[in-house]
Design a protein around this ligand. Sequence first.
Ligand code: SF4
Ligand code: FES
Length: 362
Amino acid sequence: MNAPLSPPLAMLMELTHRCPLKCPYCSNPLALDRARDELDTATWKRVISEAAGIGILQAHFSGGEPMVRSDLPELVRHARAEGLYTNLITSAVLLNAARMAELADAGLDHVQISFQGADAAVADHVAGFRDAHEKKLTAARLVREAGLALTLNAVVHRQNLHQLSAMIDLAVEAGAQRIEVAHVQYYGWALKNRAALIPTRAQLDEATRIVTAARANLAGTLTIDYVVPDYYAARPKACMGGWARQFFNITPSGKMLPCHAAETLPGLVFERVTERSVGEIWAHSSAFEKYRGTGWMAPPCQGCARAEIDWGGCRCQALALTGDAGATDPACGLSPDHAMMAALAIAESGAAVDDFAYRMIS
Ligand code: SF4
Ligand code: FES
């Protein structure tokens, strides 16, 4: 039985897939949208108004790199006028003083800057972009000087985990209120680069120890969120808070998705905001209804005490590793595929594969 539909909490707008960086774990799909197919300013503003109309509270501006869109301040201003909390998720390499002033004037509430390492040698290599690290440090200072809330997003993996302590120190020095230490999750580009990114069990245990100690030492100074890799988990995360329960994504060309990787699921039709309203897609789209709630579940999820806690885990991961999007996420120890997932982690984390397939538009 499915509970009555609640309004979503947040919308993530992928304004563009264009990006100067080439991170090998990018959450964008392998087939990236072209600039010529991006929604125009007027359509994005209508989408924001429609999303506010169905009750969302947060508007996340993302990409690609959202700052390549010159209309970003106009969209932020519009979202604020609709009463939404506005968050910019950025690589920050395009964030200079003039653009920071424009965004602050538009009413931007919060900036989330991704860091690829604690020094330029590691960070610029992972990002595939020279001087990226230096530009990010400058941008973080500009955010704080503008009086905006700052979160550092530290995406960690086998090739930068040795810098985790230094990344936490960097967040404190930058004046961030929060750092999100997020182990790479393996979809899309990250799945393609899994053998070069997945940490060893010993690295994961050391990272968990560092985070636990830092949380104690920095209580009241820095909030540390911690996302562990599913491949070493005993139970899955509630991906997106459950399929089509709290969040949705809009792609640059206007497809509305329950999660960033949803287009990998075969047989689902994702409707466009140019053809149907945000509210109608949220409530009635067959793709949103397909895995909403618990009615679609088979054993061991069906009847499980955690069914309304983790919602069966991640549909995209279930598909990627078992070939069945309706299967229990293999991150769950009760899944018949769990042992296969754990074996993959051990085999690939010990492999001598360090080269990346960098993200790029083909
Ligand atoms: Fe979650 Fe399904 Fe595992 Fe139960 S069986 S813990 S609902 S993934
Ligand atoms: Fe699609 Fe988890 S990424 S449901």
